[in-house]
Ligand binder design. Structure first.
Ligand code: RIB
Ligand code: CA
Length: 316
């Protein structure tokens, strides 16, 4: 029986690869995409989500627009990383599929209330505004969540948007605080892990040799690699969001610890920091499976295998 998931997303090229990996994997049943403002404003993230679905041959997959701003703060976006469209690197056609009329938060609440308890996992790969709003509006759904596997936070790797904070958490720290305090089963894929999952030229060229889907992945990577290679001087860029899907598919590729993680929401310099008690020096109860390592080569082997198969199916 395929595992039911909702991907909460702010596409973003790496979100796009995560969505493609999920749609390429028969182990997963993607019930829908709930979209949030993040990398770029909501009007663009929801458009990008629909473009990605059509690229994957999934115009049937429901896409729901959610929150267009953080709970209590002004939206901070990341066009410098993802481009003005949020999906720069390749021009995809305007989508034909329509956006669902229901708000993403209502979709999340209704789905969790409809499906049997502990059978739907949430995979947030953007700011946590939609998830926190759903939990705040319908606390009864929290115990019905099977697991939350989110991309966000940083500890050993420190921040990428400020010296202390990772982007997804920084954009809406109050939302992150609600999610991390919720009591739901939580696995966190931080920059500590995603910065080990760097792309390589060989991998990009392998994608480019495929059909339109692989070529789009190659062009997106060409685009967003330029920011990280310039910033970190690294060869290749971290493929953040697909690491969450890989964890669902092959958790054995990762290691981590069940520890306490709290969110700084009031720091003069540290707002949005995930304060991970890795060495268990406090008596704060553990609340998160905080990942630390990834088997990078096996991750890319999985990604290549699944995207190649999906690309081939689409070419018929
Ligand atoms: O910090 C990386 C995260 O911020 C990724 O989810 C990326 O898509 C951006 O949303
Ligand atoms: Ca994202």
């Amino acid at each position: 029986m395929a595992r039911k998931i909702i991907i909460d997303t702010d596409p973003g090229q790496d979100d796009a690869v995560a969505i493609l990996l999920a749609l390429a994997s028969p182990e997963l049943d993607v019930l829908g995409l709930s979209v949030v403002a993040g990398n770029v404003p909501l009007a663009l993230t929801e458009l990008n989500a629909r473009k990605i679905c059509e690229l994957a041959g999934r115009a049937d997959l429901p896409v729901y627009a959610g929150c267009d701003a953080p709970l209590m703060r002004k939206l901070v976006t990341a066009e410098e990383v993802h481009g003005k469209s949020g999906l720069d690197g390749v021009e995809l056609p305007a989508p034909v599929m329509q956006l669902q009329p229901q708000h993403a938060v209502d979709f999340i609440i209704d789905t969790l209330r409809r499906e049997p308890p502990k059978t739907v996992s949430l995979v947030p790969v953007g700011p946590l505004t939609n998830i926190a709003t759903a939990f705040d509006r319908a606390p009864d759904i929290i115990e019905r969540v099977q697991e939350i596997v989110l991309m966000g936070g940083a500890y050993f790797e420190v921040g990428n948007i400020t010296p202390a904070a990772e982007f997804n958490i920084f954009v809406d720290p109050e939302a992150a605080d609600i999610v991390f305090r919720s009591g739901a089963d939580l696995t966190v894929v931080p920059l500590d892990v995603t910065h080990q999952a760097l792309t390589s030229r060989d991998w990009v060229e392998t994608m480019r040799k495929l059909g339109p889907l692989g070529q789009a992945v190659a062009s997106w990577t060409d685009f967003f690699e330029r920011y990280d290679t310039a910033k970190y001087g690294s060869q290749g860029a971290p493929l953040h969001d697909p690491c969450t899907i890989a964890y669902l598919l092959q958790p054995e590729l990762f290691t981590g610890r069940f520890i306490n993680v709290v969110i700084e929401t009031g720091g003069a310099f540290t707002t949005g920091m995930t304060v991970a008690d890795w060495w268990r020096v406090t008596d704060r109860p553990a609340n998160a499976n905080f990942l630390r390592t990834i088997d990078r080569d096996s991750f890319y082997a999985l990604l290549t295998d699944r995207l190649t198969a999906l690309d081939a199916r689409l070419r018929g």
